[in-house]
Design a binder for this molecule. Structure first.
Ligand code: IPE
Ligand code: IPE
Ligand code: MG
Length: 250
């Protein structure tokens, strides 16, 4: 029996966020340079995107390049940007066939113009797709995003459009790059690192965290299914007691 059959389709998370990590180590294990690992990470992205869409996940957010990643060697940054352009062009038909909308979060203005041009095109081409939203976090970090939100809110207060006394959680939500998207219920990180690395700090307040030692280029749909089964085995209490959640068993 396939692992997939153990997934309860009625209790899927609406939004899965993934920190795709371990490309460099994967390449190193094979005696290759880091960029070889990035190239092989593309197959993992494709399999994950397709399997999420097939399952009925509504939003998938992939951490592709962080604000901090700009500090990597220029050669690696260039290779990652080139790979991004190539993959976007190559995979646009797959997005269309699978009715997937692509959007980005992050400081996309800091991306090379060739990359942002390609992105804008795919974003507009896929804008009316409805099956799943694929969010690419590019030049993204949560502190950058929260700082940006504070600036936007500050501007509105200054112009008299917003009363500081009326600021609530919804106001903050609405000024993040993820405005309008549900919070991720499940966050997956590959490569055995148990950290968040400046990813969706506000949005993952109540997400279930799942860490796997698999390196990203080896991650496939079966690994996603394992993560979902683990997620479904957990009791999400949101501060309540177990008895409050299922009074019958009190
Ligand atoms: C993740 O793999 C991809 C990016 C951060 C762009 P890494 O490149 O971080 O690989 P490791 O963690 O060094 O193995
Ligand atoms: C996080 O991975 C960013 C992405 C996956 C794009 P890193 O490899 O950059 O994170 P650290 O440095 O291990 O925290
Ligand atoms: Mg890493």
């Amino acid at each position: 029996m396939s692992v997939k059959q153990n997934i309860d389709i009625q209790r899927l998370p609406k939004h899965i966020a993934i920190i795709m990590d371990g490309n460099g180590r994967w390449a190193k294990q094979k005696g290759k340079i880091r960029t070889f690992g990035h190239q092989h990470g593309v197959a993992a992205v494709k399999d994950t995107v397709e399997s999420c869409a097939e399952l009925g996940i509504k939003v998938l957010t992939l951490y592709a390049f962080s604000t901090e990643n700009w500090k990597r060697p220029q050669f690696e940054i260039n290779a990652l940007m080139q790979l991004l352009v190539q993959s976007i062009s190559k995979e646009t038909p797959t997005l269309m066939e699978n009715n997937i909308r692509l959007i980005t979060i992050g400081d996309t203005e800091s991306l090379p113009s060739g990359v942002s041009k390609k992105l804008k095109k795919v974003i507009s081409d896929t804008a009316n797709n409805t099956r799943m939203t694929l969010v690419l976090a590019l030049s993204y970090s949560s502190r950058w995003e929260i700082t940006r939100a504070m600036k936007l809110i500050g501007e509105k207060i200054k112009k008299g459009e917003l009363d500081p006394a009326k600021i609530d959680e919804k106001t903050i939500d609405n000024h993040l790059c993820t405005a309008g998207l549900p919070d991720p219920e499940l966050l997956i990180r590959t490569s055995g690192e148990n950290r968040i690395s400046n990813y969706l700090l506000w949005q993952i307040a109540y997400a279930e965290l799942y860490f796997t030692s698999k390196l990203w280029p080896d991650f496939r749909r079966e690994d996603l299914y394992e993560a979902l089964i683990d997620y479904q085995s957990r009791e999400r209490r949101f501060g309540l007691t177990s008895e409050q959640l299922s009074p019958d068993h009190a």
